[in-house]
Design a protein around this ligand. Structure first.
Ligand code: MSP
Length: 517
């Protein structure tokens, strides 16, 4: 039997502030994939959560005047509430301050690395960027500042536990090269492979407890806490019960099918994490999907530029469908994508209000007005309907392609191919392509005119259109689950045993699905 389990994760967001557009996009992307896989019959486990340790969080907690636990409790709740408002269908929300699940997992993993002889004590002298939560070297700096955060790194000189990353570099490189650990897209694969052009050093894997008291204590050394990335990466297995005694979920779902991450944390996921797993004798994830950054007017969103767009505000004002629709249609998962209010509103009006919303309301209105909402399966369906063309010498009837045929032979296979390749934007384009065909279909058959002369044929035309809308709604489910549910409810397909719609009991729409803005 083929393995029909599918384990997908997002990265875990730092719980030091409210969720931003980047978090919203990543959660959307992973959710769209998770929902698609469920639709395809997979038993999906979708994990998200919050990263709650490290210097950044302990300092932010101090500034906020709360103890670190109260501080992360508050922020973790904000993330969970936010994901709910975005319609993110995660199965588990892991928190790294969770002592019941996460800590035993992180401890068990540390012990494995230690038993393998890959953990040793040494002195670290160097630089640390708190924004990145990463040890960095002078050559990573631009004019003395971290290029990602524009801040000066801290100088550190301390005794730490080290992990023998160097020992696994060649092996990780080979696994990435031959796609046993697939990095998507290709450009990111090349980027990570270029890291191996230089010698990969061992890395410091702990910090003195006296300096950062907030973290997971190193097993057997209460004077040190784990380096935040060592602790955080373990979430992908601790959430499955690894190290907690009940490893049923772990054996069912590990290795992960795909870790969804942003481009700035590739090195941690495609180098540190595989090396840790190799050292512990665990299987490697199959894929790492690396998305780009959401920018605003082409610039990184930042407080100093003042171009931060708050996703919570957008959901409150425009709803989850509008935001998810923009992410799906207008942003390629593999590149940076721009978000401005003007672009968002333009896309909303063109594609949701005028496109999808208008198509649904026109067809639904005709079905209600002409047939009281009941559109029966029609004998002409399946055979091409004749459609009338104006020609120079008068009119001519020619065969039009029936929508069910177009959907099954052309649209669905293309849609699946794109979704399987995580090309959500292209899958969306395919769905909008079908809508365009349907608009053309209405223009060709003019059901609003046809009803005066041929009621039977009008019913067949509307059946075809409802068939198309039903499938549009299904294909949109991963991207806009709420809109999909609403449209399927309105269209009211009666489904046959083979999964195909037979008849439709259309419900009138009281307010527009996507009011113009
Ligand atoms: N805590 C770490 C991840 C640990 S995973 C074991 C972290 N957290 S983060 O909050 O800084 O970032 C969370 C995710 O958001 C990352 O995948 C990151 O790349 C992504 N993004 C952060 N800013 C972003 C944009 N502006 N646009 C898109 N995604 C971006 O890193």
């Amino acid at each position: 039997m083929p393995d029909k389990n599918f384990y997908i994760t997002t990265s875990i967001a730092y719980a030091n502030a409210a969720p931003h557009m980047g978090h919203a996009y990543e959660a959307f992307l992973a959710d769209a994939i998770a929902r698609y896989k469920r639709m395809e019959g997979f038993d999906v486990f979708f994990l998200t959560g919050t990263d709650e340790h490290g210097v950044k969080i302990s300092r932010a907690a101090e500034r906020g005047g709360l103890g670190p636990q109260a501080f992360v409790d508050k922020n973790a709740k904000e993330f969970a509430d936010f994901y709910a408002s975005l319609g993110v269908s995660y199965n588990e929300f892991i928190r790294t301050s969770d002592k019941e699940w996460h800590w035993p997992g992180a401890n068990a993993l540390w012990k494995k690395l230690s038993d393998a002889g890959d953990i040793y004590k040494s002195k670290y002298v160097g630089l640390y960027c708190i924004g990145c939560e990463s040890f960095i070297t002078p050559k990573d700096l631009t004019e003395g500042l971290c290029p990602n955060h524009n801040t000066a790194p801290e100088k550190i000189e301390e005794e730490n536990w080290f992990f023998r990353l160097s020992k696994y570099a060649e092996q990780v490189k080979a696994l990435i090269q031959n796609d046993e650990l697939r990095i998507v897209p290709e450009t990111r694969k090349h980027e990570i492979l270029s890291l191996f052009n230089e010698a990969v050093p061992d890395i410091s894997f702990s910090r003195p407890e006296g300096i950062i008291p907030w973290g997971v204590p190193v097993p057997g050394d209460a004077g040190q806490v784990m380096y935040v990335w060592c602790d955080a990466l373990a979430n992908y297995i601790s959430a499955l019960g690894y190290g907690s005694g009940d490893e049923e979920k772990f054996s069912k779902f590990w290795p992960a099918d795909v870790h969804v991450i942003g481009k700035d944390i590739l090195r941690f996921h495609a180098l540190f994490w595989p090396a840790m797993l190799l050292s512990a004798g665990l299987s490697l994830p199959r894929e790492i999907l690396v998305h780009g950054f959401i920018t605003s007017e082409g610039k990184k969103m930042s407080k100093s530029i003042g171009n931060i767009i708050d996703p919570k505000e957008y959901i409150e004002k425009h709803g989850q469908n509008a935001l998810r629709g923009y992410f799906a249609r207008d942003i390629s998962p593999f590149e940076d994508g721009d978000f401005t209010e003007a672009k968002f509103l333009e896309s909303y009006n063109a594609n949701l209000a005028n496109g999808l919303g208008n198509l649904v309301s026109r067809v639904v209105k005709m079905a209600a007005d002409y047939f009281g909402g009941d559109i029966k399966h029609h004998p002409e369906i399946g055979a091409p309907l004749k459609r009338r063309f104006e020609t120079a010498s008068g009119t001519e009837d020619v065969d039009g392609s029936p929508l069910p045929f177009v959907v099954s032979s052309e649209i669905l296979p293309k849609y699946r191919e794109h979704m399987d390749n995580y090309e959500i934007h292209k899958a969306a384009e395919t769905v909008w392509g079908l809508m365009k065909r349907m608009d053309g279909y209405v223009t060709d058959y003019e059901p609003y005119r046809l009803i005066k002369t041929d009621k039977d044929k009008t019913e067949a035309v509307l059946w075809n259109l409802l068939y198309g809308i039903h499938h549009v709604a299904i294909m949109l489910y991963p991207m806009m689950p709420d809109a999909s549910d609403k449209i399927r409810e309105i269209v009211g397909a009666k489904i046959l045993e083979n999964g195909e719609p037979e008849s439709f009991a259309v419900k009138p729409v009281s307010s527009p699905l996507f009011p113009r803005k």
